[in-house]
Design a protein around this ligand. Structure first.
Ligand code: FPP
Length: 230
């Protein structure tokens, strides 16, 4: 049987700090290596027909990190898109984002919005960056949006799905790197039936070979969506 690539893959890119520490480098070096790896995995996923790749780049909880680290993280989109926007455009990759980007520094925000704009006509992989994103917050925002309509007295699942920040559908495969086995407030609504794969390698070391192992694992799972095996 041929291998199926999940339509929507979400990744919690964990372990940048530990990767750097192991190499005797500052945490920022781990984040830089992690951002380079976004290019590798996005190109690979695109080549294999994955429709959406949603990456947890900055959570609503990450504001608790030291200013120095946050400021470094805020610079990474500029470095990344300066280097790779032409390639992303050529490769037909569409950049999108989810999260309350308004709270990000203006320059970081503008760089991301510009990448979204420049790639908006592309039809290949949807590379969605979760920035200042939290799954609970996303659900609360959706419900508040729905309640703005005074005619609505009961909220349904479909209504919530239609009002989420992400334009993408259900997640098929959730991957977390670096050995932690948690979902950390990521895409809580969309992972309801996702297969989850937790790998030990740190995000900067998560190469196409490791990615393929996750795809193989996904292919071995028996997805029943609450029904019976076929
Ligand atoms: C978690 O590792 C990683 C983050 C909080 C940041 C992820 C961000 C990137 C990979 C780069 C984003 C770049 C662009 C272009 C959007 P950690 O620091 O918590 O690792 P640790 O658990 O080992 O300390």
């Amino acid at each position: 049987m041929s291998k199926i690539y999940p339509k929507h893959i979400a990744i919690i890119m964990d372990g940048n700090g530990r990767w750097a520490k192991k190499k005797g480098k500052p945490r920022t070096a781990g984040h830089l290596a992690g951002s380079e790896n976004i290019r590798t995995i996005a190109l690979y996923a695109n080549q294999h027909g994955v429709e959406s790749l949603t990456l947890y780049a900055f959570s609503t909880e990450n504001w608790a990190r030291p200013d120095e680290e946050k400021n470094y993280l805020f610079q990474l989109p500029s470095l990344f898109f300066k280097k790779y926007i032409d390639e992303l455009k050529r490769e037909n990759i569409r950049v999108t984002y989810i999260g309350e980007i308004e709270r990000f520094p203006k320059q970081t925000r503008n760089v991301i919005l510009d990448a979204v704009k420049q790639t908006s006509m592309n039809t290949g992989l949807n590379l969605c960056l979760a920035v200042n994103y939290g799954g609970r917050r996303e659900i609360v925002c959706a419900v508040n949006e729905i309640l703005k309509d005074p005619e609505i007295h009961e909220v349904t699942e479909d209504m919530i799905s239609d009002h989420l920040m992400s334009e993408t559908s259900e997640v098929d495969l959730l991957i977390r790197t670096s050995g932690e086995v948690r979902v950390s407030n990521f895409l809580l609504w969309q992972i309801a039936y996702a297969e989850m794969v937790f790998v030990n390698c740190a995000w900067p070391d998560f190469d196409p070979e490791e990615f393929e192992k996750c795809i193989d694992e996904f292919n071995h799972r028996n997805r029943r969506f609450g029904g019976l095996s076929q």
